[in-house]
Structures are given as structure tokens and as C-alpha cells.
Design a protein around this ligand. Structure first.
Ligand SMILES: C[S@@+](CC[C@H](N)C(=O)[O-])C[C@H]1O[C@@H](n2cnc3c(N)ncnc32)[C@H](O)[C@@H]1O
Length: 272
């Protein structure tokens, strides 16, 4: 897919470039792999992202058709604007593995990926995450959300998602490290879901805040950026940020959200 547009927020920059000494957000509207392949190796400190979960490839007929009442409030039941979220299991695994390979390439040696995903029951059994095989995973953080909607009398109501912490270098002098004291945040984060966000599957700003305030670095990348939540947190926490999404509508949504947030001066949490 051709890059649709590019947008840069760097109010202090005269050349419009992403200057590492100033805080800016760059939104690149295009396919994740196309855009990642344009990026320099070892140029990014952190990747924080939530890819599509392939939810429309499902054994649940009511999810497919969106007929069951439990799915009525679930905006994702129609997929994304430019991605149906219904690849075959094999194609999904290959795709996420290709994306992870590119994300690791652009990461600096002491960087890490924080990958948000979730487990689901398919055909009566929990489905694993085989796309992680062979990649470095150091920790699984539990994101405990306020509630769930997937009521099913064969299992307890699911209320959590996971965040895989994936260091580029697992040990030695280049190993990824948290800043001093950040480990006290523990591996279970109770954070409510995002509300008042027109995107069908946003993660909360607070979740990204938790990561950015725990790590050293300047530039964070979100290659499945959606409504730009990582960009909001980046501005809040003084990081430069690169966002990629293949939907022009979501890129516009992210631009508007970030502009409003940035130019308001005072942080207005209700708009986040
Ligand atoms: C789970 S959502 C991310 C939501 C985001 N964390 C937020 O807070 O708004 C996944 C995003 O991946 C995007 N996406 C799907 N396929 C893509 C592709 N091939 N290239 C780039 N982005 C893609 C979708 O448009 C969607 O916005």
C-alpha cells in the first residue's frame, strides 16, 4: 500500500524534521511493513503497540455475524477501516512474525518492545500466541481491565489482557533495563478501558504512561497506532514518537486528538 500521507507535529522545528532534542510526533499513514522497512536500523528506543488480534477469524458464529447481544457493544465486531481482522491462523502468525522482525530491527540494542495482546477461547480451548516462538520475551504484564463482556457459561468472564515485554538484548551490557524504582509498579496493572474514543479498540493512555515513565530513551514507535494513544502519552512524558496506521481515517483521528492535546497547553485528562 502506498503511503497516504505523512504528518509531523514539531512546533519548535524549523525544518519540520523529527529533531531528537525536541519533542515531536510523526504520523505515517501506510502499511506497517512498508513503513517499517523505510526506517533506519537501531533508531528507536521503545516500541509500544497493540496489533489487530485477528478476532474476526473465530469459531464463534455470533461474533462473526455480530448477532449475539453480548457483542452489541463491541465496536471491533466489524474489523478495522482498512483491515478485516480475519486472516487465516497461518497468515496471521506469519504477518505478526514479520512485523516483530522489523520492529526488532529498528530497535536500538538496549531497547524493548511492549506488545499488547489477549488470549481467547476457540473451539472450547484457550488459543496460544505461537507468533512469539523464537522471539525474546522477558515478562508478561497483566493488564487488568475494569470488566468484560464475553459472558459464556463454559469459562469465567475474561477481564485481562497481556503486555509482553520483549527486550532486543536479553542480558549483558546492552540488556534492556527499567529506570531505578520502576519495578515497584509490579506486573499487574489495574487500568480501566479507554472511554469516549471513537476508535474500535484503543488502549488507555495510562497504560502507555506506565511504560514510558519506566524506561530511558527519546523515541517511541507505535506501528499499529490507531487513534494515536501512544502519541498522547509521548507528549505528556517528553518522548518523540512515530506512529503508523494504514487507515487514513484513524490517522486523521490521531492527528486531531494529538493537536488538541498538545495545543491546549494544560493537560486536559477528560479529552484524553
Ligand atoms: C488494536 S488497534 C490499535 C489501537 C491503538 N492502540 C489506540 O489506542 O487507538 C490496531 C490498529 O492496527 C491498524 N492496522 C491494521 N492493519 C494494519 C496494517 N497492515 N498496517 C498498519 N496498520 C494496520 C488498524 O487500523 C488499527 O487501528
Amino acid at each position: 500500500m502506498k503511503n497516504e500521507w505523512n504528518w509531523m507535529l514539531d512546533p519548535k522545528s524549523e525544518d519540520g524534521g523529527l529533531n531528537m532534542n525536541k519533542k515531536g510526533v510523526n504520523i505515517r499513514c501506510g502499511d506497517v511493513l512498508d513503513e517499517l522497512k523505510k526506517m533506519e536500523s537501531e533508531s528507536i528506543d521503545l516500541v509500544i503497540t497493540s496489533p489487530p488480534y485477528n478476532l474476526m477469524n473465530t469459531t464463534s458464529n455470533s461474533m462473526k455475524s455480530g448477532t449475539s447481544s453480548k457483542w452489541k457493544n463491541n465496536a471491533i465486531q466489524k474489523g478495522y477501516k482498512n483491515h478485516k481482522d480475519s486472516l487465516s491462523k497461518e497468515d496471521y502468525n506469519i504477518w505478526i512474525r514479520d512485523c516483530l522482525t522489523e520492529m526488532f530491527r529498528v530497535l536500538k540494542p538496549n531497547g524493548a518492545i511492549f506488545l499488547n495482546h489477549k488470549f481467547r477461547v476457540q473451539g472450547g480451548l484457550i488459543e496460544g500466541h505461537p507468533f512469539l516462538e523464537g522471539f525474546n520475551v522477558r515478562q508478561i504484564i497483566i493488564w487488568a481491565r475494569a470488566g468484560g463482556f464475553n459472558f459464556n457459561d463454559t469459562y469465567f468472564l475474561p477481564t485481562y489482557e497481556v503486555i509482553y515485554m520483549m527486550p532486543k538484548t536479553p542480558k549483558g551490557k546492552d540488556a534492556f533495563r527499567l529506570i531505578k524504582g520502576a519495578n515497584r509498579k509490579t506486573d499487574i496493572w489495574k487500568i480501566n478501558q479507554e472511554r469516549n474514543n471513537p476508535h474500535p479498540a484503543p488502549f488507555p493512555v495510562e497504560l502507555v504512561d506506565n511504560i514510558l515513565t519506566s524506561c530511558e530513551g527519546n523515541v517511541v514507535l507505535d506501528p499499529f497506532a490507531g487513534s494515536g494513544t501512544t502519541g498522547i502519552s509521548a507528549i505528556k512524558n517528553g518522548w518523540d514518537c512515530i506512529l503508523i496506521d494504514n487507515s487514513k481515517e484513524y490517522c486523521e483521528m490521531a492527528k486531531k486528538r494529538i493537536e488538541e492535546f498538545n495545543y491546549e497547553g494544560e493537560l486536559n485528562e477528560s479529552r484524553v
